[in-house]
Design a protein around this ligand. Structure first.
Ligand code: 5AD
Ligand code: FES
Length: 379
């Protein structure tokens, strides 16, 4: 699909051998944003040009549109999820990640079932109605283990949603977790571009398999979340345009994005951090492309800017996921350096969040915070 951007011609990899995108004027950028709002679709070349044109005027233009669209869809509600990081063992070796298996300096931990249930108990008291079980890919937690955990949470907290974020597993495993009562699954695709995926991961990791996992999750019926880092090493506007295209195809219920932040004990220790401004711009463009998305203002965004959560909400986000893990292990789940909220009491974090969200005119709601289509089905 081509936008009507006057006399400009789009040159893509096909006709000149190497990829190149048009430099846009602000007016041309605005017209592409209008087009994204109307059609929910831009070509890869158009999206890459729009992303490359990131500047204060276009960010403002996108942010104002995104916020109006978000308010129409979800009102002033901000949904909260209690994040329980239950293991930092991981069999994978992603070059960017602090808990990769080659990092011998990581201080490894696993939470017991009792620890996890204590987190849920605390979380329920604080008003959380979604628990996110997140961990590295840790074979210690077999499918039986995970099913047992889901059943226990389902029994003790029938009014709460259960979200899993435990990486790539077989379709049969996802089906078992679903039958046991899990509602949602988060699995960031990390980058939709094959060459870029290879730069970020060792050879035994496969983008094709990761994408297949996401399709399986969708098919089974999970509210599914994908996502990517912003400014990961080697990322170009074209890679990001491919992420937008993949998201348009998958139509996930959630998309998690946050800036890449280097971790000192990884191969990417010396790489530059992702930009907050670009992350905010992309949050707005995601909201415009897919208005019904559940979009978190991520911890990584808060880590690189003290008002990251608020700015994320103003850019179009409508979910926050504070940490519910026991205080003693929080600093050990270190995917990147400088992670915030690792020392706080969970309750402190919750109150602080309430104030922050209200400071920008929104309110935290005590509800499961399902995707809008799920609510329609129930009512
Ligand atoms: N910086 C930012 N985000 C990171 N993640 C992993 N390592 C980093 C890092 N260094 C993200 C990945 C992963 C999610 C759990 O955290 O996108 O999917
Ligand atoms: Fe892959 Fe941590 S080792 S995200």
């Amino acid at each position: 699909m081509k936008a009507d951007v006057g006399s400009m011609t789009w040159r893509t990899g096909d006709d000149i051998g190497v990829s190149e995108y048009m430099l846009l004027t602000v007016e041309e950028g605005k017209r592409l944003i209008d087009c994204l709002e109307q059609e929910h679709e831009l070509s890869i070349a158009e999206m890459a040009a729009l992303i490359d044109a990131n500047c204060p005027e276009l960010r403002d233009y996108a942010r104002i549109k995104a916020r109006a669209i978000g308010d129409r869809q979800y009102g002033k509600n901000i949904y909260i999820r209690g994040l329980i990081e239950f293991t930092n063992y991981c069999k994978n070796d992603c070059y960017y990640c602090g808990i990769r298996c080659s990092n011998t300096k990581a201080d490894r931990y696993r939470l017991s079932k009792e620890d996890i249930m204590a987190c849920c108990r605390e979380g329920k008291k604080l008003g959380f109605r979604t628990f996110v079980l997140q961990g590295g890919e840790d074979p210690y937690y077999t499918d039986d283990h995970i099913v047992d955990l889901i059943r226990q949470i389902r029994t003790d907290y029938p009014d709460c949603a259960i979200t899993l974020s435990i990486g790539e597993r077989e379709r049969e495993s996802y089906e078992r977790f679903w039958k046991a009562g899990a509602d949602r699954y988060l699995l960031r695709h990390e980058t939709a571009a094959e060459s870029h995926y290879q730069k970020l991961h060792p050879h035994n990791s496969s983008l094709k398999h990761r994408k297949q996992c996401l399709w399986n999750l969708k098919e089974i019926g999970y509210q599914t979340g994908c996502g990517f880092m912003v400014g990961s090493p080697g990322q170009t506007p074209e890679h990001l345009a491919e992420d937008f295209q993949f998201i348009r195809e998958l139509q996930p219920e959630m998309v998690g994005i946050g800036p890449f932040i280097p971790h000192s004990d990884t191969p990417f220790a010396k790489e530059a951090q992702g930009s907050m401004e670009l992350t905010l711009y992309l949050l707005s463009l995601l909201r415009i492309q897919q208005p019904d998305l559940l979009l978190p203002a991520t911890t990584a965004l808060t880590t690189i800017h003290p008002r990251g959560r608020e700015l994320g909400i103003e850019a179009g986000a409508n979910v926050v996921m504070p940490n519910l893990s026991p205080v003693g292990v929080r600093d050990k789940y270190a995917l990147y350096d400088g992670k915030v909220c690792t020392g706080d009491e969970a309750a402190e974090c919750r109150n602080c969040l309430e104030r922050r969200v209200e400071s920008v005119g929104y309110r935290i709601v005590v509800s499961r915070g399902d995707h809008c289509d799920v609510k329609l089905m129930e009512s």
